[in-house]
Design a protein around this ligand. Structure first.
Ligand code: NAD
Ligand code: AHE
Ligand code: ZN
Length: 375
């Protein structure tokens, strides 16, 4: 198949909010600096539903969504030296070229090399898509497009992992789990004894809990409007649970009262701008830091009284938990293999690519953390 167009199945999002359609898609061979990956397993993340729902200002249609996956390199384009056919990989929506201003800064995991192309659904080389249906181009998404049996990604966007690792599990290390763990370890740098609170106990929020427990947090307060989340959240380290619906006072006040003035670190893992405000305002005066992890819809903006920051609270955000993707995803895979981080516990459902619309429906139900699709 090397050098040839591959026709395979992919779930195409033709329009926002319309069910995905399993189509025969033509996937062009990788060009210079690109690799073609046979995706074996992909999970769904809340960000896929967000873009599919028309809330992403970068969302383009028709497109192939998906960004939390694992697979095997089918072929590589000209000049690709760091990976080869047969390598097991996790596609990374946050690239790492190690050459751009961002990568060299040592201050961020964001990479600038290809971001201009991935934000508009094309490949860097010729600003075109590698996906088409009978000649009609279909946009890429996040530089990954893993809801396809084959995808083409930039070489700076694949992490080569231990081939012994079970791909049906470690696909989750493409997004949600690293995001939560890294928000704690890299972005907040939570110290032992800290009081932490987490808004939203989906996969990302639970990974924050797991990371906070590992960092030695003394109290881990979970907040969710779905009380059923507490039982499962305990297994990830949450020590106290609050349902804002059980309180008349604003949730930030409830938390400040419970914690002698506020938390050391808060994490917003929902994507709701009024909760982002609550998360900032429940932080302790003088030092409390709030990390925005959730992705808010197009047009949404955050607000607080500037006095909240003048008096020492800090507002930060994180993408992919601050992890350098190609360097650190293999390390996370090793940590999973040594049973130092959970992965299996986040998988509540398994299905096939053809059932992807049912998998999307499941995501709106409380019982679902991650659903893994086999291709
Ligand atoms: P999820 O839908 O599984 O979890 C969200 C949780 O929030 C659910 O448990 C839900 O019950 C709860 N919730 C909803 N509204 C609430 C409210 N008003 N108050 C309290 N709880 C509420 O989603 P997920 O996959 O865990 O992703 C969480 C967020 O993180 C999404 O916005 C996603 O787009 C974003 N995300 C960001 C990054 C990043 O790099 N920054 C990476 C992955 C995901
Ligand atoms: N396209 C949206 C922003 C979406 C967004 O913030 N994405 C996160 C990853 S979410 C993964 O589930 C991210 O990494 N952002 C940094 C980046 O470079 O995209 C918008 O608002 O335009
Ligand atoms: Zn994601």
């Amino acid at each position: 198949t090397q050098g040839q167009v591959i026709t395979c199945k992919a779930a195409v999002a033709w329009e926002p909010n319309k069910p995905l359609v399993i189509e025969d898609v033509q996937v062009a061979p990788p060009q210079a600096g690109e690799v073609r990956v046979k995706i074996l397993f992909t999970a769904l993340c809340h960000t896929d539903t967000y873009t599919w729902g028309g809330k992403d200002p970068e969302g383009l249609f028709p497109c192939i969504l998906g960004h939390e996956a694992a697979g095997i390199i089918e072929s590589v384009g000209e000049g690709v030296t760091e990976v080869q056919t047969g390598d097991h990989v996790i596609p990374c929506y946050q690239a790492e070229c190690r050459e751009c201003k961002f990568c060299k800064s040592g201050k961020t995991n964001l990479c600038g090399k290809i971001r201009g192309a991935t934000g508009v659904g094309v490949m860097m080389n010729d600003r075109q898509s590698r996906f088409s249906i009978n000649g009609k181009p279909i946009y890429h998404f996040m530089g990954t497009s893993t809801f396809s049996q084959y995808t083409v990604v930039h070489d700076v966007s694949v992490a080569k992992i231990d081939p012994i690792a079970p791909l049906e599990k470690v696909c989750l290390l493409g997004c949600g789990i690293p995001t939560g763990l890294g928000a704690v370890w890299n972005t907040a740098k939570v110290e032992p004894g800290s009081i932490v609170c987490i808004f939203g106990l989906g996969t990302v929020g639970l990974a924050v809990a797991e990371g906070a427990k590992a960092a030695g947090a003394s109290r881990i307060i979970g907040i969710d409007i779905d009380s059923k989340k507490f039982d499962v959240a305990k297994n990830f380290g949450v020590t106290e649970f609050i349902n804002p619906k059980d309180h008349e006072k604003p949730i930030q006040q409830v938390i400040v009262d419970l914690t002698d003035g506020g938390v050391d670190y808060s994490f917003e893992c929902i994507g709701n701008v009024s909760i982002m405000r609550a998360a900032l305002e429940c932080c302790h005066k003088g030092w409390g830091t709030s990390i925005i992890v959730g992705v808010a819809a197009s047009g949404q903006e955050i607000f607080t009284r500037p006095f909240m920051l003048v008096t020492g609270r800090v507002w930060k955000g994180t993408a992919f938990g601050g992890f350098k993707s190609r360097s650190q995803v293999p390390w996370l895979v090793e940590k999973y293999m040594k049973k130092e981080i959970k992965v299996d516990e986040y998988i509540t459902h398994t299905m096939t690519l053809t059932e992807i619309n049912e998998a999307f429906d499941l995501m709106h139900e409380g019982g679902c953390l991650r659903c893994v699709l086999s291709m």
